[in-house]
Design a binder for this molecule. Structure first.
Ligand code: HEC
Ligand code: HEC
Length: 401
């Protein structure tokens, strides 16, 4: 008996020693992999809390066109398009300019709503970065919507619209707020058209552009779309990328450098609008909670789309708060802290998921941060550049809309 027990305990000890040894070996392997010098030389020797002199070192590296800037640090699967100044289209002339003018008048006209109280600009106000300055909008009957009114600066340069990308063109997009019970609440479009056709100014204005006696729904949506395509403006970043060295300060260039390298932002925010136009899950779905919003899942019904939202463009971002699809962050410090913390929990670890969306696998608990986000505590303490691959619970991405 005793001998058998002794054997068992020896066996257990051996197993335990074996297990510890393998954990140590794996840990050393992972650490070694992380410490491999894979980043470009400038990035590797650049300190985490640079002095003014050290900051100045970055400027020459960013003096040329974006293609010559230090290479972005990318994860496998990232679809990187080089940053670039946005080429803003020329304002059209003639009938197209007349259509834009009509679109602007419609955009500002509360007669587009059933109550006569809500214009598009009630929620998309130029002075509020073409949003409404609220976390989430309210509309007809002060009904509260569940999403943040998006800034409209860049809509002329997006391939899909709304936070979940459900509209494929600006023309289609406009039908939704006109009909949405929480926005302009028109139960049918013929009422709106009757109101507009009763106005001589609109009737004659549209007749001159379209050659048709009555205003039709597609005339209204194309005028609204034509106007919204003119809202984009050049930014300081455009000037910098075009070679104006004075457009950014040394610390702003440092921000650009972090954005492209250690902080990993350029994995998703890239190209001239700073969006990859794909859908990602940052863990803000509030799954199984009051504010639940499963984003792209509501459009496709595909379980892998649960919690994914379309990467927003970041042009003019200092003016477009509150931030994220649900406006949870009043200032830009919010998203930065979210990314620092690893982009948020999918669901709180202390609460079991009691239900899943139909056909969905349960989202994993805990941080969804890939290692590069966790390593990106750039301003607080020195972080060693790490080329770790994202963990299995990494930010999940989907294809284009
Ligand atoms: C009651 C507030 C409200 C009104 C009125 C309103 N919107 Fe919006 N708008 C929103 C919200 C909220 C969203 C985001 C909704 C979502 O993603 O589901 C949005 C999204 C949009 C988008 C998508 C932008 C992008 O980047 O994808 C466009 C374009 C837009 N609205 C144009 C309009 C137009 C044109 C009108 C008038 C016909 C209008 N809106 C009226 C609140 C409003
Ligand atoms: C994995 C892709 C991905 C990465 C990496 C990423 N973002 Fe985002 N970003 C998104 C998505 C998707 C949203 C919208 C999420 C939502 O509302 O739920 C977003 C939203 C934002 C917003 C809010 C914009 C608005 O109009 O509300 C800011 C600001 C932002 N990101 C900045 C950054 C910065 C800075 C970094 C680097 C630290 C970064 N992002 C890294 C995908 C990404």
């Amino acid at each position: 008996m005793n001998e058998a027990a002794g054997d068992k305990s020896r066996l257990l000890k051996r197993c335990a020693a074996g297990a510890i040894a393998s954990v140590v070996v794996v840990a050393i392997a992972i650490a070694g992999f992380c410490l491999l010098p894979s980043s470009p030389p400038l990035d590797a020797r650049f300190p985490s809390a640079p002095t003014a002199e050290e900051l100045a070192v970055l400027r020459p590296a960013y003096a040329g066109p974006p293609g010559d800037w230090p290479r972005p640090r990318l994860l496998p699967g990232a679809e990187f398009v080089e940053m670039a100044p946005l080429h803003i289209r020329q304002r059209p002339q003639g009938k197209d300019a007349d259509l834009i003018r009509l679109g602007r008048q419609l955009f500002e006209d509360p007669r587009l709503s059933a109550s006569g109280h809500f214009a598009c600009q009630s929620c998309h106000n130029r002075r509020l970065g073409w949003g409404d300055g609220l976390p989430t909008s309210f509309g007809h009957g002060r009904a509260k919507g569940r999403r943040n009114a998006q800034p409209l600066f860049s809509v002329g340069y997006k391939p899909a619209f709304f936070w979940d990308g459900r509209a494929r063109s600006l023309e289609d997009q406009a039908l939704e707020p006109l009909a949405d019970a929480r926005e302009m609440a028109n139960s049918n479009f013929s009422d709106v058209l009757a109101r507009l056709n009763a106005d001589n100014h609109y009737r004659q204005g549209f007749a001159a552009v379209t050659g048709e006696p009555a205003i039709a729904l597609e005339h209204v949506t194309s005028a609204l779309a034509a106007f919204q395509r003119t809202l984009e403006r050049p930014t300081r970043f455009d000037r910098f990328a075009n070679g104006d060295q004075n457009a950014l300060s040394n610390s702003q260039i440092w921000g650009l450098h972090l954005f492209r390298t250690k902080a990993g932002c350029a994995n998703c925010h890239n190209g001239p609008t700073l969006s990859d136009n794909r859908f990602h899950n940052l863990g803000l779905s509030y799954f199984n909670r009051k504010l639940e919003d499963l984003g792209r899942f509501g459009v496709t019904g595909a379980h892998e789309d649960a919690g994914r939202f379309l990467t927003p463009p970041l042009r003019h971002v200092s003016r477009t708060g509150p931030y994220m699809h649900n406006g949870v962050f009043p200032s830009l410090a919010g998203p930065i802290r979210l990314y620092e913390a690893g982009a948020g929990p999918v669901r709180p670890a202390h609460r079991p998921a009691s239900r899943s969306p139909p056909g969905a696998r349960r989202p994993r608990a805990g941080s969804i941060a890939p290692a590069w986000v966790r390593a990106a505590r750039w301003s607080r303490r020195p972080a060693r550049p790490c080329s770790c691959r994202p963990s299995r619970a990494g930010v999940s991405s989907a294809d284009r809309p």
